[in-house]
Structures are given as C-alpha cells and as structure tokens.
Design a protein. Structure first.
Length: 215
C-alpha cells in the first residue's frame, strides 16, 4: 500500500516532463539541413541520378528533405533505387514503408527482417517483397537511423529522440530505403542491396546526423 504515493509521484513527474517537452518542441525552431541535398551522386563505383517527384509527394511526406535516386554499378545489370527521408525533432512524421509503397500500387507479399554484416557489426534491417499482380517483384531493405541509433521500429525512433531531448540535445532521424527488382533470386537481390547499403551506411552521417547538420 505504501507504494501507491510513490507511484503517483512518478506518474506526475513523467507527465510534467512530457508536457514540458511538448511545450519546448512547440517553441523550438526547426533545424535546417543545408547538407542533405548534397548527398553524393557518386559513391565509389556507384553512379546515381535523380528521379523527379511531384509536389504532392513532398506534401504527403511533410518534409522538404527527401530524395529518390537510382544508383548504378558496373558490376550489376540493374540499378539500386535509394530513397532517404530526413526529419528533425520538431516533426517526426515517418510513414510505414509498406504504406508508402502501397501508394504506388504495390502490394506487400512478405514482411520480415534481414541481418547485414558491416565490418563485423550486425545491422538488422526491415525486408519487404513487394509487387503488383503478374509483374516483376521488388526486394526492399530499409532502416531508421537516429544519429547512429538504428532500428526498424517507428516507436523506437520517437523514444530515442525523446531521450535525447530529455538531456537537452537536438535530434534528427532518417529513413533509408533500398529497392531492386528480383531478376534472378532473392539471395542475389539481397547481395546487391547489401553491397550498396554498406556504402551508404558510412556516408549518411555527414549529411544526416544532427551534430554535422549543426556545424
């Protein structure tokens, strides 16, 4: 019975903290990421080109910080489609990856996870197989990156951003998606995506991590 007053105090404290963070977020100026759109079109052997998007796409995503590109490597016959979306801590509004693809008429055939080995470090990524009836299917890998914290869970993004704000630090988050048509096998598609993902993984911090954006 004695625990009830303590539990009530904890709830009150957490509520006050949450209210304070909401108030602070409303008073906080959005971050400007002047580096984002300078993300390289050349990444080692990979050469990319922009894919134009309509205004309604930017309106639906609710951020000007996004791009869609195809990157080509001389080692592969097909390009990797790369999409990166960036939000700062005043407006974390990511859509579920399958919802975005559904907007283009694709149906999710399979939703699982995959593990990518990056120099001995395991990176868990979301894995989707999508496609339309009687058309070639696509392999999709994706993850969210909150200043070096990687997750496939949208709730985790908000929790991690909240923790940074509790320590009076600004934060930002990126959604990184890779997609390639399945031409031979799922294994071959994952191999292509994994090779490109490893390249992007090391380049992304310079253009998306808060500490670099604030420089």
């Amino acid at each position: 019975m004695k625990k009830k007053p303590l539990n009530s105090i904890i709830v009150i404290i957490l509520t006050l903290i949450a209210a304070g963070l909401v108030f602070a977020a409303n008073k906080t100026e959005p971050l400007e990421n002047n580096k984002f759109h300078a993300f390289p079109l050349e990444l080692g052997e990979w050469k990319g080109h922009e894919i134009s998007m309509s205004d309604y796409v930017y309106q639906g995503i609710e951020t000007p910080y996004l791009f869609l590109r195809n990157y080509y490597s001389p080692r592969y016959d097909i390009p990797v489609n790369l999409s990166i979306v960036w939000f700062d801590d005043t407006n974390i509004a990511f859509h579920a990856p399958e919802a975005c693809l559904g907007g283009f008429g694709d149906t999710v055939k399979e939703k699982t996870t995959a593990n990518i080995n990056i120099n001995g470090k395991n990176l868990e990524v979301g894995k989707l197989i999508v496609g339309q009836n009687h058309q070639q299917q696509q392999m999709v890998l994706y993850y969210f990156d909150v200043d070096g914290y990687h997750t496939t869970n949208q709730v985790d993004i908000r929790v991690h951003v909240l923790l940074k704000r509790l320590f009076f630090k600004r934060a930002s988050a990126s959604f990184v998606r890779f997609m390639v048509p399945i031409t031979i096998s799922e294994e071959d598609s994952i191999e292509i995506l994994s090779e490109f993902l490893k390249t992007v993984y090391y380049v992304l911090p310079e253009y998306a991590y808060t500490e670099n954006v604030l420089k």
